[in-house]
Design a protein around this ligand. Structure first.
Ligand SMILES: *Cc1c(COP(=O)(O)O)cnc(C)c1O
Length: 383
C-alpha cells in the first residue's frame, strides 16, 4: 500500500501570475463567447515565438493533426507515414479520414523518426506505386527529430511533412523552432504539456491560405451569408477566448518553465549517476531539448531491476512515473499495419518501450519532492 505522503505527478499544470488577469479581462469585456482578442493575440504570439507566418488556435492538438491531414487532401485508402513511438493522438486522425497509417521506427540518437527506416518505407512505397500523402514526424519528450535528413527524403518524393510538436514547444532544431519546419506544425496545450490552457492546441504554418481554409473548417465551415449556409463538412474545433487568455500568460513564462525542466533533468542525472545501467535520453547537438519529461532506459542486467519494477516501486511511494510510449505498431488498434524498423533486425522503439521510463518533471516540482523521487528510485534499485 502507498504511504500517505502527498502524491507527486508526472507533469501537472503549473499556472503563473498573469493567467487570472487575462481571464478577468475576458470576463470584464464579456469576450466569453468562443472567439475574441485573446485568441488572435495567442495565435500571433505563438506564431512569432516558433517562427511561423501564421497560427490557428484550436480545441486540441489532435484537432490540429486532423485539419492538417485534411489540408493535405488525405482521403479514404491513402497511406500516411507516421512515427511509431508516440501517443495515439498522433495517428488517430489518420483513421478519422479512413486512411492507413504506416509506422516508422525511431533512431537511437534522438528517439525520434529513423531516416533509415523512412528511406526503406519510401523505396517500397515507390515500388508499389503507392506513395503516402503525408508524413507525420513526432518530436518526442521535448527533443526534435533530425529534420534535415527526414526532410531531404520527403522532398525527394514530393511528400509534405506534418510536425507533431505537441511535446516540443520551445524545442529547437538548428536554430529553428520545432513546428516551423514541416508544411504544418502542431502543438498541444493539454494539462500535462509544458504549458497548458487546460485543453487546447495550435496549428502553425507559413501557408496563410491553408490556415484560412482550416479556420473555416474549424468553425463549422460557415459560408459568407446572412443566414446559416454550409457547402463543406465542418468541425467545432476552435479554442475559446477564455482559454486563449490562459495560453498567452503561459507563453510569457515558457522560457522559465523550460529552464526549470532542464534543471530538474540535470539534478536527476547527477544524483542517479551512482546507479549502474541507466542511460538518459540523449540531447542531440542540433538543438535544444526542453526536457519536457526526463526519460531514461534501464539495463536490467546491470541495474538489477527493470524499468517497470521501478515504475511500480515509485507508485508505492505515491509517485507517478510512466513507461515510455508503447509503439503504435504494437497497439491492438493498429494491428495489421505495416511497420519499418530502424534496421531490418533492430526495432529501436520496442527496445525503448521495454526498457524506458519517464520521471516526474513538472516545473512546479519542488526540490524536496525531487529528493523524494531520487530516494525512492535508489531504494527501488537496492531492494
Ligand atoms: C498530447 C499529444 C497529442 C495530442 O494533443 P491533445 O491536445 O491532447 O489533443 C498529440 N501528439 C503527441 C505526441 C502528444 O503528446
Amino acid at each position: 500500500m502507498g504511504n500517505h505522503t502527498e502524491r507527486i505527478y508526472l507533469s501537472p499544470p503549473h499556472m503563473g501570475e498573469r493567467e487570472q488577469q487575462y481571464i478577468a479581462e475576458a470576463f470584464a469585456t464579456n469576450w466569453i463567447a468562443p472567439l475574441g482578442p485573446h485568441v488572435e493575440g495567442f495565435e500571433r504570439e505563438l506564431a512569432g515565438y516558433v517562427g511561423s507566418n501564421g497560427a490557428l488556435a484550436l480545441s486540441s492538438g489532435t484537432a490540429g493533426i486532423h485539419l492538417a491531414l485534411r489540408l493535405l487532401g488525405v482521403k479514404q485508402g491513402d497511406k500516411v507515414f507516421c512515427s511509431s513511438l508516440t501517443f495515439v493522438a498522433t495517428a488517430n486522425p489518420i483513421l478519422y479520414e479512413g486512411a492507413e497509417p504506416v509506422f516508422i521506427d525511431s533512431e537511437p540518437e534522438t528517439w525520434n523518426m529513423s531516416p533509415l527506416a523512412l528511406e526503406r518505407a519510401f523505396q517500397e512505397a515507390e515500388q508499389n506505386g503507392h506513395l503516402p500523402k503525408a508524413v507525420i514526424v513526432v518530436s518526442l519528450y521535448g527533443q526534435s527529430a533530425d529534420m534535415d535528413p527526414i526532410k531531404a527524403i520527403c522532398d525527394r518524393y514530393g511528400v509534405p511533412i506534418i510536425e507533431d510538436a505537441a511535446e516540443a514547444l520551445g524545442t529547437t532544431y538548428k536554430g529553428k523552432g520545432s513546428g516551423s519546419i514541416g508544411k504544418f506544425g502542431i502543438f498541444s496545450f493539454n494539462g500535462n504539456k509544458i504549458i497548458t490552457t487546460s485543453g487546447g492546441g495550435m496549428i502553425v504554418s507559413d501557408d496563410l491560405d491553408a490556415l484560412h481554409k482550416a479556420r473555416h473548417w474549424a468553425t463549422q465551415s460557415r459560408d459568407q451569408a446572412r443566414h446559416y449556409q454550409h457547402s463543406e463538412i465542418g468541425y467545432n474545433y476552435r479554442l475559446s477566448n477564455v482559454l486563449a487568455g490562459i495560453g498567452r500568460a503561459q507563453l510569457e513564462i515558457l522560457e522559465e518553465r523550460i529552464a526549470i525542466r532542464r534543471a530538474i533533468f540535470d539534478r536527476y542525472v547527477e544524483e542517479l549517476s551512482q546507479v549502474p545501467g541507466l542511460a538518459f535520453m540523449p540531447e542531440a547537438e542540433f538543438g535544444r531539448h526542453t526536457r519536457w519529461l526526463t526519460t531514461l532506459t534501464v539495463d536490467e542486467a546491470q541495474t538489477g531491476v527493470s524499468a517497470v519494477e521501478i515504475v511500480d516501486a515509485l507508485a508505492e511511494a505515491n509517485i507517478e512515473a510512466r513507461p515510455v510510449w508503447k509503439p503504435l505498431h504494437l497497439q491492438p488498434l493498429f494491428e495489421g499495419c505495416t511497420y519499418y524498423p530502424h534496421q531490418p533486425e533492430e526495432s529501436v522503439s520496442e527496445r525503448l518501450f521495454h526498457t524506458g521510463l519517464c520521471l516526474p518533471s513538472g516545473s512546479s516540482l519542488t526540490e524536496s519532492q525531487q529528493t523524494r523521487v531520487i530516494d525512492a528510485f535508489i531504494q527501488a534499485v537496492n531492494k
